[in-house]
Design a protein around this ligand. Structure first.
Ligand SMILES: C[S@@+](CC[C@H](N)C(=O)[O-])C[C@H]1O[C@@H](n2cnc3c(N)ncnc32)[C@H](O)[C@@H]1O
Length: 217
């Protein structure tokens, strides 16, 4: 079998990642398109989502990932397992989020996770980080009122910067003032498990979108 080399990092600002993805026909992807949608941004191999999709069959799950070989593999596994509430898309979330969310039935986006995004430590690489003001504004537009955004990172400055971006937006309200001691979700990501197994801290925060569940966007 040919082994496909998967790059550790790709530069999301390079020209080839600026073309927005064409959303598929969701009625051909999910068995129930109106189920609540959980979006996982930067899902890598998607192991977190495979487990979540198994635990919560009455939700739809979508993983977005910029490294295409990982997405191809995850999609093959979805087909082999015959899952109808899980899908993966190869895209740069920073150029594809608006057309993607616009293609879903309104009021379906209910949970977003951004877990251990690439830190891009150097100051001049700050624009390569996933959580930019435009991404937060798009989530504020499409997330259902009362919907949640769960963030975690092993790099404190990255976790803090993500929180600052969401704090700056009037639609989002952080739950509690401190880092969450535990993960509110029933499944840990690969990076989370490896960080914890090395005895390193994980910085977690949960934001809710304002408004009552009956109203809002
Ligand atoms: C450090 S990994 C964490 C993977 C997983 N969330 C976890 O916690 O184990 C971050 C992932 O985000 C992906 N990523 C980074 N920037 C992205 C972007 N602009 N759009 C989509 N995916 C991106 C990377 O390719 C990588 O797979």
């Amino acid at each position: 079998m040919t082994k496909v080399r998967v790059r550790q990092h790709v530069n999301p600002l390079s020209q080839k990642y600026q073309i927005p993805v064409s959303p598929p026909d969701w009625t051909k992807v999910y068995a129930q398109t109106t189920q609540p949608l959980h979006l996982d941004i930067g899902c890598a191999r998607g192991e977190f989502l495979f487990e979540m999709a198994r635990l919560q069959p009455d939700w739809n799950f979508l993983g977005l990932e910029i490294r295409e070989p990982l997405v191809d593999k995850a999609k093959t596994l979805v087909a082999e397992l015959g899952l109808s509430n899980l899908h993966f898309l190869f895209c740069n979330v920073n150029s594809s989020l608006t057309p993607l969310l616009n293609s879903f039935p309104t009021q379906t986006l209910q949970r977003v996770t951004i877990q251990f995004p690439d830190p891009w430590f150097k100051k001049r690489h700050g624009k390569r980080r996933v959580v930019q003001p435009e991404l937060v504004a798009t989530l504020a537009t499409y997330l259902r009122a009362g919907g949640e955004v769960f963030l975690q990172s092993d790099v404190k400055i990255v976790a803090q910067e993500m929180c600052d971006r969401f704090d700056e937006h009037p639609a989002f309200h952080r739950q509690g003032e401190d880092w969450l001691a535990t993960n509110p979700l029933p499944v840990s990501t690969e990076r989370e498990m490896s960080t914890l197994s090395q005895g390193e801290p994980v910085y977690r925060a949960l934001f809710l979108k304002s408004g009552s569940e009956a109203g809002g966007n």
